[in-house]
Design a protein around this ligand. Structure first.
Ligand SMILES: CC(C)(COP(=O)(O)OP(=O)(O)OC[C@H]1O[C@@H](n2cnc3c(N)ncnc32)[C@H](O)[C@@H]1OP(=O)(O)O)[C@@H](O)C(=O)NCCC(=O)NCCS
Length: 171
């Protein structure tokens, strides 16, 4: 496909299935051995920081990303100071399940699981687990559509609308 390329960063990841693609800018920042990719995955120009200890990034089949996504299984201990803060890393696994779509500019933080076929709207910062078949948006990401499979019934539309209003008030 036009624009897609192999990338030496992708070659660093040994646990991967078939048809995993990326574009210029794709970066494995830490922990290539802690990254587990299924098949038919489009990583675009994402940055993956899996960490080198207890962190990991697992991405299941058919999940894909928009531009500029960051997946950060590693952070630092903010209760330490100075060099200790830099040196003390905190890592938790991130799991992106089959078919999930991570919109452009989103950030997925440590410990998060994105459910099957869920959607992370562009520009979201995901701090909590996302249930399967839901759409989340914003910072912090909150549900905007409860169930993609049933979003057009009047009750579902009302629920989604009220939820989005409440999200606005909670900001
Ligand atoms: C999530 C998404 C798919 C929803 O698309 P949609 O069905 O057209 O959504 P709607 O326009 O009906 O929006 C529904 C509501 O969610 C809100 N919303 C949609 N996307 C949002 C976002 N990224 N952040 C915050 N709120 C968002 C809308 O404002 C709207 O709220 P309202 O009814 O209170 O006004 C789309 O907004 C999106 O983020 N797509 C990602 C695009 C991308 O990353 N492309 C790169 C190539 S893969």
């Amino acid at each position: 496909m036009f624009g897609l390329m192999t990338n030496t960063e992708l070659d660093k990841i040994s646990h991967k299935g078939d048809n995993v693609t990326c574009e210029a800018g794709f970066t494995v920042f830490h922990g290539a051995d802690n990254i587990f990719l299924g098949s038919n995955i489009s990583l675009v120009d994402s940055i993956l920081n899996a960490g080198s200890g207890t962190g990991s990034i697992t991405i299941e089949d058919c999940a894909f990303m928009g531009h500029g996504v960051k997946i950060l299984a590693r952070g630092h201990n903010y209760t330490s100071y100075n060099m200790d803060r830099q040196l003390e890393v905190m890592e938790r696994p991130i799991h992106i399940k089959a078919g999930a779509w991570i919109g452009s500019g989103s950030i997925i933080l440590a410990g998060v699981t994105i459910g099957r076929h869920a959607v992370v709207a562009a520009g979201s910062i995901v701090t909590r687990d996302v249930r399967e078949y839901t759409v989340v948006a914003g910072n912090p990401a909150r549900v905007i559509i409860y169930d993609i499979r049933n979003k057009d019934g009047w009750l579902a539309r009302l629920t989604n609308r009220v939820t989005r209003m409440l999200n606005g008030w909670r900001k």
